[in-house]
Design a protein around this ligand. Structure first.
Ligand SMILES: [Zn+2]
Length: 340
């Protein structure tokens, strides 16, 4: 099968890989119908995260089930499926509490590499959710978004306690941040403040439900949120970047007693305990339990109530994945969809 392999920072190749196959009886193998490049794939691409030799890439996927292991009961060959970027059994206590991304048996899908024609999905029954049928072509980008960025933005908005009457600020205008704006709107937030300096992303944020845009960053950005909220700060803030500056921007944008939903994979963030202590905010985040939200998100997409697929602004065939990485690295694209 053809698949994406990263050899070194900046060196992405599409090459022949061994066909995915059933290894454990709880596995399924899917024929991937669309995959994409994640903002987190840029960390190794930029050399910020170490690579351990040539690495198959990709953890977002939708596709059609081709094979199932002997112990797979619910998922069937021929099902059109969406899954999370973390495989989970969906039966342990952590899963049942809604934290499937930290399942005691979790498998990070990045270790599988879903930017490929075929993908092995561990714990298929717990990981995959079948759609009501084969989707219309225009629903494919949105279903793919549900696999990671939408589910992650949704979790962040839930963790930020978005709801009626609430003011929610969103740090990060990438695909996850924009999805969090959409989620906050769906969850009923009254006011949604998006931080962004990019005109196109500002426009999409507004389309997704942002009521205010702030271009300042860091302390200046947080100060603007305070100005817009009568000096209080937002009820809840989504952090969707993962740097020290963005984390403090989020924490300082929240009011005492407020909530920060942090989903940006942190790199080099060190929070001073005493500084944190006096903010009095709730911090709730980590790898998003996308599986918790997938059935609801798939239905919203199926009913055309939401259109998160708009975060994709570049579509390329899998064979041109290297150009997709370049475009995202150079910020010519927010999110790249790979067709197969
Ligand atoms: Zn579990």
């Amino acid at each position: 099968m053809r698949g994406v392999v990263m050899y070194a920072p900046g060196d992405v190749r599409v090459e022949e890989r061994e066909d995915a196959k059933i290894v454990e009886p709880t596995d399924a193998v899917i024929r991937v119908t669309a995959a994409c490049i994640c903002g987190s794939d840029l960390w190794p691409y930029r050399g910020i995260e170490a690579l351990n030799g040539p690495t198959p890439m990709g953890h977002e996927y939708i596709g059609i089930v081709e094979q199932i292991g002997d112990d797979v009961r619910d998922i069937k060959v021929g099902d059109y499926v969406v899954g999370s970027f973390v495989a989970s059994d969906n039966t342990c206590e952590i899963c049942r509490a809604g934290y499937q991304s930290r399942c005691v048996h979790n498998v990070m899908m990045g270790s599988v590499g879903t930017q490929a024609q075929l993908a092995r999905i561990p714990l298929a029954d717990g990981t995959l959710v079948a759609t009501p049928g084969a989707p219309d072509a225009d629903l494919v980008p949105s279903l793919l978004a549900a696999s990671d960025v939408l589910g992650t933005g949704w979790f962040a908005a839930v963790a930020a306690e978005a709801g009626p009457g609430k003011t929610i600020a969103v740090v990060g205008d990438g695909a996850v941040g924009l999805s969090a704006v959409l989620a906050a709107k769906q969850l009923g937030a009254e006011r949604i403040i998006a931080f962004s300096r990019h005109p196109e992303r500002q426009a999409l944020a507004r389309e997704f439900g942002a009521t205010d845009i702030i271009e300042e960053r860091g302390d200046a950005g947080a100060a603007r949120v305070k100005e817009l909220t009568g000096g209080y700060g937002a009820h809840g803030v989504v952090e969707a970047v993962g740097t020290e500056e963005s984390m403090w921007q989020a924490i300082n944008s929240a009011r005492p007693g407020g909530y920060v939903g942090y989903v940006g994979v942190t790199h080099g963030v060190k929070l001073d305990g005493l500084d944190l202590f006096f903010t009095g905010v709730h911090l709730h985040g980590g790898p998003a339990p996308v599986r918790r939200f997938l059935p609801e998100l798939i239905q919203l997409i199926w009913d055309r109530a939401i259109d998160p697929g708009k975060v994709f602004d570049l579509t390329l065939p899998l064979e041109d994945a290297a150009e997709g990485y370049r475009a995202m690295d150079e910020r010519r694209a927010t999110k790249v969809l790979l067709t197969l």
